[in-house]
Design a protein around this ligand. Structure first.
Ligand code: ZN
Length: 212
């Protein structure tokens, strides 16, 4: 079993559970994908997909890009980790996406699991305890090879953390150690073997990943 790492070592031990992911929660990213925001009041509002615990990688990891894709995109996102009683903390993560497979799946109306949920597709920083996180909004930043690729305020989220937690808990039943990726802002692009990524949430936490 794998456990979450916290910036404060005194925090409780939580196993990495199901990773819920929210699609199209920033209007500028939906626009760059040529996709509409989810229609209000439909069963796809919000858009939710899942990654298994085997997708998780801690900071400092090397992520092996899967051989079945030639187009792995980075999506930097605020990540919320659930505790025994509500939100345990937040961090920054990458929702790594095989964009070529996702496009093919979308065209055929097929599920996104292989495109989104492969092993290593969800690296996450150490988690900042919720009572030390300051309440937000926070600035998400992703550098690839030292160049800024994505930068945005979480104030641009279409749905708030509280709204998303309430929705996912209502539909699926959140358990301690489950987490939620809350969507990416604009600027998604490909990573290649040999690249390195550095993501941050204000100066609260950082995620460093190498791609191989
Ligand atoms: Zn995403």
């Amino acid at each position: 079993m794998t456990y979450w790492t916290f910036t404060d070592a005194s925090i409780q031990t939580l196993p990495v559970g199901t990773l819920y992911c929210i699609g199209r929660n920033y209007a500028d990213h939906a626009a760059e994908m040529g996709a509409p925001l989810p229609a209000a009041g439909t069963v796809a509002d919000p858009i939710v997909f899942l990654k298994p615990p085997t997708a998780y990688r801690p900071t400092g990891s090397s992520v092996t890009l899967p051989s079945f894709s030639t187009e792995i995109h980075h999506e930097v996102e605020l990540v919320v980790v659930m505790g025994v009683d509500g939100i345990a903390g937040i961090g920054v993560g990458l929702d790594l996406t095989a964009r070529d497979l996702q496009a093919a799946a979308k065209a055929k109306g097929l599920p996104w699991a292989t495109a989104k949920s492969w092993r290593g597709s969800a690296p996450v920083s150490p988690i900042v305890p919720w009572d030390l996180a300051g309440g937000g909004p926070w600035q998400l930043t992703l550098h690839i090879n030292g160049e800024v690729r994505q930068q945005a305020s979480t104030a641009l989220m279409e749905r708030s953390i509280d709204q998303l937690v309430a929705y996912v808990d209502d539909v699926f039943g959140l358990q301690p150690g489950d987490a939620m990726f809350t969507g990416t802002p604009a600027g998604v692009a490909a990573v290649r073997a040999g690249d390195w990524g550095l993501a941050s949430l204000d100066d609260l936490c950082t995620l460093e990943v190498r791609f191989e």
